[in-house]
Design a protein around this ligand. Structure first.
Ligand code: PLP
Length: 413
């Protein structure tokens, strides 16, 4: 194991348990399967307004960082919710409803049938509940409104009022509790148990192994889109991806592993300094909980406990982890919004740009380049997991609204 504090700005560590020369181990990693993906694909692609989000080439930035290509998967365009989260939370809501209807009728109803109003009364009697730092709750609320069930969302004190009202705008009841993201997750789990509701967490420790597995399986569709979008290009050599509980990172890492086999990309997990639970877990070789305030500008990544579903995939699948300061995320948001050296301007939110921020920092250090095998011919994929999900914060950081930046992109710089 190599553990460097490379400079004041970031930490990087290699994962000594990584499986470098083995095919995707289906038996261990049963959370993500071909049949699970087929089901998620068939449902999610049938929802109104589904389309694959863009994979944008950042050639100007690649030149600056002295790598070959950077492909930025822009989840700011997902279902009008500005983040990748509906692929998971809303899909898990659908699966709860499908299971409820199956239990009472013996039939499996598709999204299309449920959206057409079949079993409307029975769906109305279902209540789903989730603890969130913002985006997951928004996607669970959005899915609940789309499919017609009731929704209660728990948030902690640090979640901005902008994020709170975005959740409430989908008709969910929002309850604020003291403490961190993990406390909101616990409150949702306990209330759901007391009330007989369905908890839909984005981590298995949130009280439902089934729903948290559905969440991760839904995210894998995003990775399948990337593989299709790169089908005429050489496979990527690197994936830099941000993690909170690790569901997104595990889904993308696992899906790319299935798609590319032994040629899969070198995978680096990126977290805020204050919430490096993956970094600490790789360091210890076991699941570690990070305590404390966990506060970060990267609100979606401010989690102290890794997801038990994500652990078997990333323990074997990730090659390393980094922690980065909040300023790196803010600078990357600004840089993206302006478009580097002819690149299209992109709206990337605080948590959404963390993987790219990690790449930018690592590429400037010769030790990190060597540890992470970054070279002139590296082809890197990053997942821009959110746009301006908190418009006020976005404007404060970049000096322009997301709308203005998008307009500039449409007009061609
Ligand atoms: C924008 C964004 N990116 C990344 C993540 C991290 O996802 P996960 O908690 O599955 O690691 C989150 C989680 O809320 C998020 O909101």
């Amino acid at each position: 194991m190599v553990n460097y504090k490379l400079n004041r700005d970031f930490f990087v560590i290699s994962n000594s348990d990584v499986s470098e020369s083995a095919p995707y181990p289906e038996t261990v990693l049963e959370g993500l399967t071909d049949s699970g993906l087929a089901m998620a694909r068939s449902e999610i692609t049938s929802w109104p307004d589904y389309r694959a989000t863009p994979l944008v080439s950042l050639d100007g930035l690649a030149r600056q960082l002295d790598v070959n290509t950077i492909s930025y998967k822009d989840e700011g365009w997902r279902f009008g919710l500005q983040s990748f989260k509906p692929l998971g939370g809303a899909y898990a809501v659908l699966r709860v409803i499908q299971r409820e209807l199956h239990a009472s009728s013996g039939q499996l109803f598709s999204s299309t049938e449920i959206l057409a109003g079949s079993n409307k009364e029975r769906v109305l009697g279902v209540t789903v509940c989730a603890g969130t730092d913002g985006n997951h709750g928004r996607s669970v609320a959005w899915g609940s409104r789309m499919f017609g069930c009731r929704c209660v969302i728990y948030i902690n004190q640090a979640v901005s009022s902008g994020r709170e009202s975005a959740i409430a705008s989908y008709g969910a009841e929002v309850r604020r509790v003291p403490g961190s993201f993990d406390d909101a997750v616990r409150a949702a789990k306990e209330t759901a148990r007391e009330e007989g509701w369905h908890v839909v967490p984005d981590t298995a420790s949130g009280g439902s192994i089934t729903s948290s597995a559905d969440v991760m399986q839904g995210y894998a569709l995003l990775a399948e889109e990337i593989v299709e979008q790169l089908s005429n290009a050489e496979p990527p050599t690197h994936l830099f991806i941000q993690a909170g509980v690790g569901g997104l990172a595990a889904a993308v890492c696992g899906q790319l592993w299935q798609a590319y086999g032994l040629a899969r990309p070198f995978t680096v997990i990126v977290e805020p300094h204050s919430a490096g639970c993956w970094y600490e877990s790789f360091k210890a070789g076991k699941e570690v909980v990070v305590e404390g305030e966990l506060d970060s500008l990267m609100a979606g990544l401010a989690c102290g406990e890794i997801s038990p579903h994500a652990w078997p995939i990333l323990r074997k699948g990730a090659h390393g982890a980094m922690t980065i300061p909040d300023e790196a995320a803010a600078q990357t948001m600004k840089r993206l919004s302006m478009g580097v050296d002819g690149d299209q301007p992109i709206v990337g939110g605080e948590s959404g740009v963390a993987g790219l921020a990690g790449l930018i920092l690592a590429s400037q250090s010769s030790e990190a380049r060597s540890l992470l095998k970054l070279e002139k011919n590296s082809r890197i994929v990053v997942v821009g997991s959110e746009g301006d999900t908190d418009p006020e914060t976005y404007t404060k950081i970049t000096g322009r609204s997301g709308k203005e930046v998008r307009q500039q992109a449409i007009e061609g710089n």
